[in-house]
Design a protein around this ligand. Structure first.
Ligand SMILES: [Fe+2]
Ligand SMILES: [Fe+2]
Length: 270
């Protein structure tokens, strides 16, 4: 929906050099099994890189329009999730996969997925900054808990809505409950498929959760824990970190053109 050019020179770098840079971005944390080159030629010459949330049709078309040969995306290219079983070749006929992969091929775009590396490097921290959270008082890594001035869920939800710039958000739980310890199941961590991490955050003492995206299973889970959940959005909670990373990449490769692309919203409220 919106592409911001972070730096402006045109010079050639091989995609593999950027891949090697990504592999050492977080010290002592090699790329995960779900990260790395996912399509195209890792030895392609690159003058422009786009950083975006998910390699959707909209994003791939924007990448091509910007003339970027490399797309660094945070989320998965294909559906279904690989852990649901079955190889990609069994699902290449799915329209979503045909469209995305067909466009990557047509435009000669190389795709690199940077997932947990970017979550660890900056995505969760930047979400906490956007929300204006200060001190971490419990937990570590993905299950940290931030202290805030005691407030009602209703007031906190209004602040969250303003800070992330959404027209409407979902809130699950008692709006009049006073809360002061915030857990952040950002991105897709607030989904029931990540119930283990949600549970860990609650066991760290969070009395309210500000999520990326959530679902009814997870909402009914946290209601039974008397821990209200304020939902923002998956991309909304991760894109501040991705934009920050694009700026960082531009600093590290000053001759490269780096473009951050903010995804169009995935839904509307009527
Ligand atoms: Fe993430
Ligand atoms: Fe995510």
């Amino acid at each position: 929906m919106l592409s911001d050019q972070i730096s402006g020179c045109d010079a050639t770098v091989r995609a593999s050099e950027i891949g090697a840079f990504m592999a050492q971005l977080v010290p002592d944390r090699p790329l995960g099994a779900d990260e790395g080159f996912r399509w195209g030629d890792p030895e392609a010459e690159v003058t422009g890189v786009m950083v975006a949330f998910m390699p959707t049709v909209e994003v791939i078309e924007a990448c091509a329009a910007e003339g970027c040969e490399l797309l660094i995306a945070h989320e998965l290219l294909q559906m279904p999730y690989p852990w649901h079983g079955g190889a990609l070749e069994e699902h290449l006929t799915w329209p979503v996969n045909r469209r995305r992969i067909g466009l990557l091929a047509r435009h000669g775009i190389t795709l690199f997925r940077a997932h947990g590396t970017l979550d660890t490097f900056c995505v969760l921290d930047r979400f906490a900054q956007v929300l204006g959270l200060g001190e971490v008082v419990a937990g570590e890594g993905y299950t940290r808990v931030w202290q805030i001035e005691p407030t009602t869920v209703r007031d906190l939800a209004r602040q969250v809505k303003d800070r992330v710039g959404m027209n409407a958000i979902r809130v699950s739980g008692d709006l009049d409950q006073t809360v002061s310890r915030v857990g952040l199941p950002w991105g897709g961590v607030g989904l029931s498929l990540n119930a283990g991490t949600i549970n860990s955050v609650i066991e760290q003492g969070a009395d309210v959760l500000i999520a990326g995206e959530s679902d009814e299973y997870a909402m009914r889970m946290v209601r039974d824990c008397r821990v209200p959940l304020i939902e923002t959005g998956h991309a909304v909670s991760e894109e501040p970190g991705l934009e920050y990373f694009a700026g960082y990449l531009a600093e590290q490769f000053p001759d490269l053109r780096v473009v951050f692309h903010r995804s169009a919203p995935a839904w509307e409220v009527l």
